[in-house]
Design a protein around this ligand. Structure first.
Ligand code: SAM
Length: 376
């Protein structure tokens, strides 16, 4: 048996144990949590390549340092107002952290510390390797934390973190709305819908105006995370960058199968029950729900726009202009990366940026043009 096959068998045993504990019906959020974060078999907990060409998918920081360098400019403006540091959630392979730190250093921007909050010990190990390559004066600012800090001042950055949080699946059919979970049937994992028991899920879909049949996700974990971040933040800005939509677009008739997707070796599929633990499972972020959760948690929703608008507002085109077009070996990769990050048909429009603030009175220049808060 290959290593992957024996791992898959062991992952199935792990899931069967959880199913047995729940009378053979596991809500999808619990399934997704185990598939991604089981300490031994979860996708993010296993020490395999995930990001980049050797992994399963590419995130914006992995495309080019232009992404992190541009975000650093927004960070510099915020740090001038707040002092303090940067806290990055789910730092992946620490490429974004490295790029932000290097750019802030170039800009002579003072920063107390760069904190990384990462639930995966395997990814923490990779982050440590990456950070160790930075010059000593920069890497000495980096610290890994296992609990969110209290009274934090500065910026909290989360790139593609909210899409990795476990979601509940809800299905509308002739019986009305039901919750979709997983059962074991003839030794295979399969779907089964049940009446909704959790009031919060009822509340999340009771006013949705969609035609049956329809499947969608509700991310209760996003509300919890926003609450925890709000409790942690004294003065500063939470910058969340992710793919997702506002309500009218999230619950569009075209999305009647929901937004759940899996990533394995750069192929996208919609079947999380196949190969669990060995592929990434994600759902688009419902930015309207995120904004409401932030508001309820006492944060101000200070801006919401496309990734393209945010990066352009922060000066990505100035950074690109600093490359000499005569130097084709450096200019062409940078121009092509900028195209991927900004193009409406690639990442520019599907990805959004939201800023959630406390105690910030000046407008953030990253949100100066293209604000879409009216759509939330
Ligand atoms: C899709 S990866 C993105 C990695 C990186 N931010 C990037 O853009 O390349 C998701 C990251 O979020 C982390 N993560 C998942 N749930 C988290 C949580 N509740 N708090 C902090 N990080 C989390 C994962 O372990 C992983 O590092």
């Amino acid at each position: 048996m290959t290593e992957e096959l024996s791992n898959q068998a062991a992952t199935l045993v792990m899931l069967k144990t959880h199913l047995a504990q729940k009378n053979n019906w596991l809500d999808f959020a619990s399934f997704m949590h185990h598939a991604l974060f089981d300490p031994k078999y979860g996708y993010y907990m296993r020490d395999t390549y995930k990001f980049g060409s050797r992994g399963d998918f590419i995130t914006a920081p992995e495309i080019s340092d232009l992404f992190g360098r541009t975000i650093a400019r927004q960070c510099a403006q915020i740090l001038q107002m707040t002092g303090g540091g940067i806290l990055e959630l789910g730092g992946g392979s620490a490429v974004l952290g490295s790029d932000i730190l290097l750019e802030l250093d170039k800009m002579d921007c003072s920063l107390d510390e760069y904190l990384l909050f990462e639930p995966s010990p395997a990814l923490t190990g990779r982050q440590k390797e990456r950070i160790a390559r930075l010059p000593p004066n920069i890497r000495s600012k980096v610290r890994w934390i296992s609990e969110l800090p209290k009274n934090f001042n500065g910026i909290i950055v989360a790139n593609e973190v909210f899409d990795a949080l476990p979601v509940h699946l809800l299905s509308l059919n002739a019986n009305g709305w039901q919750e979709r979970g997983i059962v074991l049937d003839n030794e295979s994992l399969t779907w089964q819908d049940r009446p909704i028991e959790d009031e919060r899920l009822y509340h999340a879909i009771d006013r949705l105006d969609v035609d049956s049949p329809y499947v969608t996700e509700v991310c209760l974990a996003a509300n919890s995370l926003v609450n925890e971040l709000s409790q942690s933040l004294d003065v500063g800005v939470i910058l969340a960058l992710d793919y997702g939509y506002e309500h009218p677009n999230y619950y569009h008739p075209d999305r009647r199968d929901g937004t759940l997707s899996c990533h394995y070796q750069h192929k996208v599929d919609s079947d999380p029950l196949e190969r669990p633990g060995h592929k990434d499972i994600t759902a688009h972020v419902d930015f309207s729900r995120l904004a409401h959760a932030a508001h309820d948690a006492g944060l101000e929703v200070a801006g919401y726009l496309s990734q393209a608008d945010f990066l352009v507002n922060c000066g990505i085109t100035d950074l690109l202009a600093s490359f000499d077009p005569e130097q084709m070996d450096t200019y062409l990769p940078a121009a092509s990366a900028a195209q991927k990050l900004l193009s409406p048909t690639l990442m520019g429009e599907m990805f959004k940026v939201i800023s959630l603030t406390r105690g910030i009175n000046e407008p953030l220049f990253g949100f100066s043009h293209g604000d879409r808060r009216h759509m939330l």
